[in-house]
Ligand binder design. Structure first.
Ligand SMILES: [Zn+2]
Length: 369
């Protein structure tokens, strides 16, 4: 058995874990730049907890609360400039995938000069601001991955910066910050996490260690998704949200080893061109992708279906359809354009079965019509 396993992020989970562990911040630096979206970190109590923790250990901070969903290259350069101007020396990112992904790019760009053309190259000096992450959705797993995914207008898709430098030093998992999330966001983000676990199992880079996390994550998410299918917004309990946050972190560890596959490359087109939420985009595509893989690797897909407690791919599709509701439509022209972009993505090569452009077209066609 051959594998490498590397997960340098300290994970601290539990109610009120930020304030209880405020001393951790003292090991990261002397002045923090707080990277958040425009609103939710203020409403869900996470920003307040971080400020309280920082105050208790005498650390100054500045707030950069401009991160939009699907962050742009411009916004991360702007954040890095502010960090330099204010002499911050570490990053605390609070929010869903967007503030966390932006936080990583800001930590990199504030520590060294990288030209925009070089941003996705992976050729960086060996330095980065230390990072502490506070996820406020349960889906991206960004708190434990070495990826920062940004909107790349030149390539008309989302592209990831990948570097071991981008692993946060600390991740604080407190599900209380997710209590105000609506049903749709909770479902979309949970499906993103599921997609990470499942794609990790369908990656050529899967190992005994990544499978260990993927199996556990998939089992937890299978249960949670069934509970979400029958629940209404008002009854998503803290306990269910804790399981979702835990499973999402586990799935993040999976993709930090395996990368994602064609589902993510294709989903990026749906997000870029049609503004479909990232997790939802993956959820729309995942059943047909499983069917595509099943043609050549039936045992692996059977294993996933059994973890999901689904008899066959049809049962899997029906579970996701119940959760996602009415689907968007796609034209034949869009299918061709999106497939031609997705086929160029690096993660296509990760699949245990390598999809060709016509396979992507077929998956798009089956998934959205
Ligand atoms: Zn994802």
């Amino acid at each position: 058995m051959e594998y490498q396993y590397y997960m340098p992020t300290k994970v601290i989970a539990g109610e009120n874990c930020i304030v209880k562990n405020s001393s951790v911040f003292s090991s990261l630096g002397t002045k923090a730049i707080l990277v958040t979206g425009t609103g939710s970190a203020k409403k869900n109590g996470s920003l307040q907890d971080v400020l309280e923790a920082l105050e208790s250990v005498g650390i100054e901070s500045i707030l950069f609360d401009k991160i939009m969903s699907n962050p742009t290259i411009d916004i991360v350069y702007e954040g890095a400039e502010l960090a330099k101007k204010e002499k911050a020396d570490f990053v605390i990112a609070i929010g869903g995938g967007s503030p966390m992904d932006a936080g990583k790019a800001i930590a990199l760009l504030a520590s060294q000069d990288i030209k925009e053309e070089e941003l996705f190259s992976g050729n960086y000096e060996n330095k980065v601001f230390p990072m502490a992450f506070v996820p406020t959705t349960a889906g991206t797993g960004s708190e434990v991955t070495p990826y920062s995914i940004l909107t790349n207008d030149k390539a008309q898709t989302k592209t990831s910066i990948a570097s071991p430098l981008l692993f946060p030093k600390v991740a604080f998992l407190d599900a209380r910050y997710m209590m105000g999330l609506g049903q749709a966001t909770t479902i979309n983000t949970a499906i993103d996490a599921l997609s990470h676990a499942v794609e990790g199992m369908l990656s050529v880079r899967a190992t005994a260690m990544s499978d260990f996390y993927a199996v556990e994550s998939t089992k937890i998410l299978a249960e949670c998704l069934r509970e979400l299918r029958v629940s209404s917004e008002s009854v998503i309990s803290l306990e269910l949200r804790e399981r979702l946050l835990h499973a999402s972190m586990l799935a993040g560890i999976v993709i930090s080893h395996t990368g994602t596959t064609a589902v993510h490359s294709m989903g990026y087109s749906l997000t870029y061109f049609k503004d479909i939420d990232h997790g939802r985009a993956n959820g729309l595509l995942l059943p047909s992708f499983l069917e595509f893989i099943k043609e050549s690797k039936p045992e692996r897909v059977e294993q996933i279906l059994s973890l999901m407690n689904c008899e066959d791919t049809r049962a899997f599709r029906s579970l996701l359809e119940d959760l996602l509701g009415k689907k968007e439509t796609i034209t034949e022209e869009e299918i061709k354009t999106y497939s031609s972009i997705a086929i160029k993505a690096k993660n296509i090569a990760n699949g245990i079965v390598i999809a060709k452009e016509e396979d992507l077209q077929k998956i798009f066609r089956e998934s959205l019509n």
